[in-house]
Each structure stands twice: as structure tokens, then as C-alpha cells.
Ligand binder design. Structure first.
Ligand code: SAH
Length: 484
């Protein structure tokens, strides 16, 4: 394969144009130049241009098209109105009969009227010195559809392999066999090293961390030639891994399950499983994972999730907690958590789990930022009942709510039954809520007491209650594992 085939092809873009009556060519030209600059695109990348029929005689627009050698297309208002767009406008609809001109025209000209995601640039607006406006939207042109497989086309394969934390023993048998079956293995350098013993006779493509999309594009390229490609991720490929970007690239190329490329995802133990196993049993109750990486996610989105998880008392695994450049995110995470959790909440920082330089450090929410945290660390923050004993972090499953340890071993507490919901479970809680409400406590006070939204309590109280006795639990229901 030549080097040039590996660089992604230039985009083919469709421009949707809109403007006020008598907008000069210069304003339109400037708007288009700005739009292309934002996309890092060139004038020569423009393969189609379109607007609304009302503009078929718009002098400035026609002059711009003529000077670029573009043949503009003009769509009637009902055609434009049928396209779903991100920024419809009521004002535009009143003036033109369609809520969008430039966005809808770009999608139509690209031949992708039903694929809002094909818009590369939404409604870019520029006002000229005379106060008149030009609007530009840009869509990606339809990629060549992938050919459905037939007995004559080779069937390629992309396998997304999660290799677990990074020790051979913790890789699954399927992960090993998938790598063994592959013709080509693609992955981040560190992970490829971990499977060095499996690579004899294979094409190996080592990529750096920031080249995720390149890796996926290259995998697709090889698979289309009928090759079996293994894309390697640490942990699980679907947890902050290659599975997402790979499907995005596949869909961009028009992939369907019937195309000539099969896709398999091999699950692996994610960092949170590995780190939890090393420190005890921190995830035995509700937990969530949050990545502190703001490379592709705005900070307010991350901060809102941290705040919500902290408020809702989830045990939390923080992925990508800190890097050489990103040092403040972990401090902000701590600040958000301290608003909801005690300073002595247990925290464990696990670095390089199941690898040569493994480190496990027990600390607390108040002190965690003083610890050595890096790109290879996962930070586990306990919930309000997580405790540390004998060097183990444990989150109780809640057995103490139901059973007590008496003289004759474990016995169910008064009012509780094995195999049934707690007295404070849904049914029992509804009884309590209704009684409190009937006794005169208003919904606002109940909302505060139960820390739940008022409209939820109102809806629940309005629902007629089934007062009949529930049917006895079936053997199958009571035997369900973990339904404690
Ligand atoms: N797909 C991977 C996660 C990739 S994101 C998985 O499922 O585990 C990279 C982050 O994962 C790192 O910043 C770190 O937070 C975590 N991580 C990956 N491997 C780890 C290991 N061996 N020990 C501790 N944390 C790890």
C-alpha cells in the first residue's frame, strides 16, 4: 500500500447559501471563505452549491458562482422545508416559506437530505458593511456506498479486541485467538508490545494515542481488501476505546452488516474491573465511570456529570484523571465531590494495574490530589457507605438493611422478608409516602424529606394504588442471583 493511500482523501463539500436581497458578492465571498477556513477546507473542495429558488436571480450570488465556475442548484421552499436541520428559524419561514435555506440546501446538494449529521458547518452568518447578511452551511457529500457482499467479493473483518489491563493472564481466550487469526494488527504502541508474542508473520501498524480515527480508517481500508484486521484497545474496546470511532468511520463510509466487512467486538476487563479487583470490592453497589479528559468533551459537560454522580451517591471510577498538561481537572473533580461527600470518603488510586509498575495508593477525598496521579491511573471514589478495612475498600451491598447478626446467626430484621423488596422498597415506600401525605405533609415538604423532585412525587401520589396482595413470588423470581 502506498503512503498516499493512507492519508485521508480531501473532503467533497456541498455549500448551502442564503442572503438578504442585494447582498454584494464580496460579503458572500467573505462568508464562504470564513466557513471553509473553519473547516480547514479549500475552495477547490467545493463540489456542489445550492440555494433557494427565490435567489435564482440574486446578482451577487450568481457572480460568486460564475467566478468560481460553480453551477448552483436552486430548490423550491417545500423541498427545503422537508429537510430536518439543526437551526430552523420561524423568521426565515415567514419570509421564504421554509424554516431553513442554507442548512437544508447544503444537505440536499450533498445528496443527504435525511442525514443531519452530514452537516460539517451549521449556518455561518456574516454581515457586510452595508448591513446585508450572507449565510453559509456546509455538508459532506455522500460517500461512495460500500458494496454488499457477494460470493465473489472477499469478506474482510474488523475485530475490536479488548486485551484487559495489560497482563497476558488477564486477556481472554477469545482476545488471544482473535489476534492470532488476524492478518493485520493495529494499535497503540504500548498495547502492541503487550501482545508481542502473538505477532509473528503479521502486518503490524503502530499508532500513537491521538490517531484514533486514522487507526479506524486504516482498519477499514485493509478490511475492504478482504483482510482480517485486529484493532487493539486496552481494557474493553467499548469503554473509552476504539469501538466508537470505528463504527463512526464505518457509518461514514456507508457500512451496513451486509457490506463486505464483518465486525466483531471482543469484550475485555476494563480498568474499573481490574482496579476494583486489586483493592477489594468497591463496585458492589451502583457505580459509574467518568472520564476527566476534556480533549473532546467540554468541561461543563464533565463537571455536570461529576456533580450529578456525587449528588446521587454513585461510587465513581475516574478515567484519564490527569496528564502532563491536564492537571487541574482532578482538583475541580475533588471540589465538586466535596460539596456532596465527606472529606474522609475513601479513595484509591491505582496506577498500571496488573502491569510491571503497578501502584496502589489508599487515601481520602480530602487528600487525593496530593497523590501521584497520571495517565495510567484510575481513581476510585467510594460512596457514602464505602469503607476501608484491612487494606481493602468495600462498598456494602445493603445486607445490613435487611438482616442482622444475632445469637442464632443472620436473621431477617423485623418487617423484612427474604426474597422480597425492602419495607422501604418501592411498594413499602409508596405506602409511607401516601400515609405522610394523608396526614397533611404537603408535596414540597415530602420532596425535601425524600430528596426527590416534586413533580415525580405528585405523579406517584396521583396514581391509583393496587391494594390487593401481590401473587407469591415464583421460584424463578426468588432464585434470581443477586436479587437480595
Ligand atoms: N479501554 C480502556 C480505557 C481507555 S482510557 C479500558 O476499558 O480500561 C485510558 C484510561 O484508562 C487511563 O487514563 C486510566 O484511567 C485507565 N486505565 C487503563 N489501563 C489501566 C491500568 N492498567 N491501570 C489503571 N488504569 C488504567
Amino acid at each position: 500500500m502506498s503512503a498516499s493511500a493512507l492519508t485521508p482523501p480531501r473532503p467533497r463539500l456541498a455549500l448551502g447559501l442564503g442572503c438578504d436581497r442585494h447582498t454584494p458578492e464580496a460579503t458572500l465571498r467573505q462568508a464562504v471563505a470564513e466557513a471553509l477556513a473553519r473547516l480547514g477546507a479549500d475552495w477547490s473542495d467545493v463540489a456542489a452549491v445550492a440555494s433557494i429558488t427565490l435567489k435564482a436571480d440574486e446578482a451577487g450570488l450568481l457572480a460568486l458562482c460564475a467566478s468560481q465556475g460553480w453551477q448552483p442548484q436552486f430548490y423550491a421552499p417545500p423541498q427545503l422545508a422537508a429537510v430536518a436541520v439543526p437551526n430552523p428559524s420561524e423568521t426565515v419561514r415567514r419570509h421564504t416559506g421554509t424554516p431553513s435555506v442554507s442548512e437544508a440546501a447544503a444537505l440536499l446538494a450533498a445528496g443527504r437530505p435525511h442525514e443531519m449529521h452530514a452537516l460539517r458547518l451549521e449556518k455561518h452568518r456574516r454581515q457586510g458593511p452595508d448591513g446585508r447578511h450572507a449565510t453559509v452551511s456546509v455538508a459532506d457529500m455522500t460517500p461512495t456506498p460500500m458494496t454488499p457482499s457477494s460470493p465473489t467479493t472477499p469478506r474482510g473483518q474488523i475485530t475490536l479486541v479488548g486485551i484487559g489491563p495489560g497482563s497476558p493472564e488477564h486477556m481472554t481466550a477469545r482476545a488471544r485467538s482473535a489476534i492470532a487469526e488476524a492478518d493485520t494488527v493495529i494499535g497503540y504502541v504500548t498495547y502492541i508490545k503487550l501482545v508481542a508474542d502473538l505477532l509473528d508473520g503479521k502486518e503490524v501498524i503502530r499508532k500513537s494515542m491521538t490517531e484514533e480515527l486514522d487507526r479506524a480508517i486504516e482498519a477499514l481500508d485493509r478490511a475492504r481488501q478482504g483482510k482480517k484486521v485486529a484493532l487493539i484497545s486496552s481494557g474493553d474496546a467499548g469503554v473509552y476505546g476504539m469501538a466508537g470511532p470505528t463504527y463512526e468511520v464505518l457509518f461514514q463510509a456507508g457500512w451496513t452488516p451486509d457490506s463486505g466487512v464483518a465486525v466483531e467486538i471482543v469484550p475485555g476487563a476494563s480498568a474499573l474491573n481490574s482496579c476494583a479487583a486489586l483493592v477489594g470490592a468497591p463496585l458492589t453497589h451502583d457505580f459509574c465511570a467518568i472520564s476527566l479528559s476534556d480533549l473532546l468533551t467540554p468541561w461543563p459537560v464533565i463537571a455536570r456529570r461529576l456533580d450529578a454522580a456525587a449528588y446521587a451517591d454513585f461510587v465513581v471510577a475516574l478515567y484519564n484523571p490527569k496528564s502532563g498538561r491536564r492537571t487541574r481537572q482532578i482538583v475541580e473533580a475533588q471540589r465538586l465531590f466535596l460539596r456532596h461527600r465527606r472529606p474522609d470518603t475513601p479513595v484509591v488510586i491505582v496506577k498500571s494495574a496488573y502491569r510491571r509498575r503497578e501502584q496502589i495508593h489508599f487515601t481520602t477525598l480530602a487528600a487525593m490530589c496530593e497523590a501521584d496521579i497520571g495517565m495510567l491511573s484510575t481513581v476510585l471514589i467510594g460512596n457514602s457507605s464505602t469503607f476501608v478495612r484491612a487494606g481493602r475498600m468495600v462498598t456494602p451491598r445493603g445486607y445490613a438493611n435487611k438482616y442482622q447478626n444475632g445469637d442464632e446467626g443472620f436473621a431477617t430484621r423485623d418487617g423484612e422478608k427474604a426474597g422480597r423488596s425492602l419495607s422501604t422498597g418501592l411498594t413499602g415506600w409508596l405506602d409511607t409516602l401516601q400515609a405522610e401525605h394523608a396526614a397533611g405533609t404537603d408535596v414540597a415538604a415530602l420532596a425535601l424529606r425524600h430528596r426527590l423532585p416534586e413533580d415525580y412525587l405528585r405523579a406517584v401520589l396521583a396514581e391509583p394504588r393496587d391494594t390487593g396482595n401481590a401473587a407469591p413470588a415464583t421460584a424463578a423470581a426468588t432464585a434470581e442471583e443477586g436479587d437480595a
